[in-house]
Design a protein around this ligand. Structure first.
Ligand code: PSU
Ligand code: MN
Length: 319
């Protein structure tokens, strides 16, 4: 058995995902930390179902990824999704913890970094999430930089997100991505979206306006042998956005509280999201749900465009 086969056999696709992958049909990976640590129950479960339906509606197969009793599941059964959504003591798995959870037969949700690793193992090239992790404000003191950023240098996956969360230092986040050679593409926008708001005051380094162009860009990277991931930054729909100035006041308050309470490490992002949810009287959650659905829709369209481009190439080679 080759190394690749040995690695691939660790990813356990559901029946639907295995069938789609075998047929070369479009598949979209979905993360699960947003379910366990990003949203409260029952909205987390409802959103997870709606996100999957959104992907199906565009003609792709959803693959929600998590580790259940040590098994790296690529596509979750309804009962597993329900259990994950209601347990509050599951591990939050990033690159550092994925093998630990698997070898110790633990259960955990996957962050953007771990979901990218899992998608790559399973042979899935497109992934939808809410917002990626990045460089935290005050990182020059705390050194808090999400492992999500480093993962983009390693795993060849297109990640559709609504930019990076405004709780982060977006300028430094862009700098790290640039250093790591990660394309950050504004989808139909010149400005980098800031998760809850469409605007960040920062330019998106690159811009594309159609899924066809994103598929062409992906094919060019593959042909050139450029490894690593791509970020497609998709602004939250206008009717669902929260004004930037309003979010900024919640963020300032939440950051102050995190500091006073001594919140560190993996707990920082979930703490800030939860406090912003409370301070905005739950409006941040509605925005979060709207943007995740919007990203799932776009990711599915991209997966479909990549598949039809691939089959057109195969067809042309035959003639
Ligand atoms: N997007 C959301 N809610 C979340 C996250 C993203 O709308 O909870 C999660 C993602 O899984 C992301 C993680 O990978 O937060 C980043 O955590 P950290 O900053 O600890 O790396
Ligand atoms: Mn961190």
């Amino acid at each position: 058995m080759s190394d690749t086969e040995a690695v691939n056999s660790l990813a356990k696709p559901s029946h639907a995902v295995a069938q789609a992958l075998q047929a070369g049909a479009p598949v979209v990976a979905l993360e699960s930390t947003i379910i366990t640590h990003g949203m409260p129950f029952p909205q987390n479960l409802e959103t997870a179902h709606r996100v999957e339906a959104e992907v199906r509606g565009q003609g792709a197969t959803p693959a929600t990824i998590a580790v259940i009793d040590g098994e790296l599941c690529i596509g979750l059964a309804d009962h597993a999704l329900e259990q994950l959504a209601q347990t509050d003591d599951v591990m939050k798995l990033s690159r550092a913890d994925l093998a630990f959870a698997m070898s110790q037969r633990r259960t955990g949700s996957t962050t953007v970094a771990a979901t990218m690793m899992a998608a790559k193992l399973a042979g899935i090239g497109v992934f939808a999430t809410g917002g990626i992790g990045g460089v935290h404000k005050g990182a020059e003191e705390s050194f808090d930089i999400s492992a999500d950023l480093e993962e983009f240098s390693r795993s060849d996956v297109i990640v559709v997100c609504a930019g990076a969360k405004a709780i982060l230092d977006l300028e430094k986040t862009l700098e790290v991505l640039e250093t790591n050679g990660v394309p950050v593409i504004g989808y139909g926008c010149d400005e980098l979206p800031a998760f809850w708001s469409r605007e960040s005051g920062l330019s998106a380094p690159l811009r594309l306006d159609s899924v066809q162009e994103i598929a062409d860009h992906a094919a060019m990277r593959t042909a050139m042998g450029v490894g690593g991931g791509t970020i497609v930054a998709n602004p939250v729909p206008q009717q669902a956005e929260l004004p930037r100035e309003e979010v900024d006041t919640y963020i300032a308050k939440a950051l102050g509280e995190a500091k006073t309470k001594g919140v560190t490490g993996k707990d920082v992002t979930p703490f800030l999201l939860q406090r912003i949810f409370e301070l905005s009287e739950e409006r941040s959650l509605e925005t979060n749900i709207a943007l995740v659905l919007n990203n799932a829709n776009l990711a599915a369209q991209i997966a479909v465009a990549i598949c039809s481009r691939d089959s057109a190439t195969v067809e042309a080679a035959r003639l």
